[in-house]
Design a protein around this ligand. Structure first.
Ligand SMILES: CC(C)(COP(=O)(O)OP(=O)(O)OC[C@H]1O[C@@H](n2cnc3c(N)ncnc32)[C@H](O)[C@@H]1OP(=O)(O)O)[C@@H](O)C(=O)NCCC(=O)NCCS
Length: 148
């Protein structure tokens, strides 16, 4: 496995394709455009010969703050349940910590149990519930690490 860090202010089309193909509720092109203008860091995992992106994690990392915002993490379905998600989250969080973003925050749909277990395994705690965050009747949990 390999993790590459992308800091260019463009999102590779392959990432948007992965999102549209496999994410339960993908972002629109307009959503992706917005993140072009924000400070963000993108981490990608590759398969062994690096010919295919198997997953990514996108964080918003604002200067002057010590808390990053995990916007999206996804592993290609055929590669799930083999530790890749854990590997990607662990490597990216360690890299962010080395750069000063020692805390992290995220929202996750409350019934996304595999994602919630992944976050808990990386020491994220539930901070609060945000009702109707993803639309009517679709509630989120806010989770954080390093946040009281
Ligand atoms: C959430 C997500 C990123 C997890 O990725 P993943 O690569 O499957 O994560 P891992 O393999 O590290 O862990 C997942 C499970 O596989 C298990 N696992 C890990 N390695 C394993 C192995 N070698 N053999 C069997 N099981 C294994 C883990 O214990 C974990 O089990 P659990 O769900 O019962 O806790 C992935 O499911 C995904 O992309 N979901 C869709 C997008 C999404 O919802 N993202 C989160 C919201 S932004």
């Amino acid at each position: 496995m390999n993790v590459a860090l992308e800091t260019k202010l463009t999102i590779p089309p392959a990432i948007i394709e992965l999102d549209h193909e496999f994410f339960p509720h993908p972002w629109s092109m307009r959503d992706w455009e917005e993140y072009r203008h924000d400070h963000y860091r993108l981490y990608k995992v590759f398969d062994k010969n690096e010919s295919q992106i198997d997953g990514f994690a996108l964080y918003q990392c604002l200067g002057g703050e010590d808390c990053s915002h995990l916007l999206k993490i996804m592993i290609r379905p055929s590669k799930r349940k083999s530790g890749l998600g854990n590997f990607l989250l662990d490597k990216s969080m360690k890299d962010l910590a080395s750069l000063g973003w020692i805390k992290a925050y995220l929202e996750v749909e409350e019934d996304n149990l595999s994602a919630i277990r992944l976050y808990k395994s990386q020491n994220f705690n539930v901070l609060r519930k945000i009702v109707h965050f993803y639309g009517h009747g679709r509630h989120a949990l806010a989770m954080g690490t390093g946040i009281a």
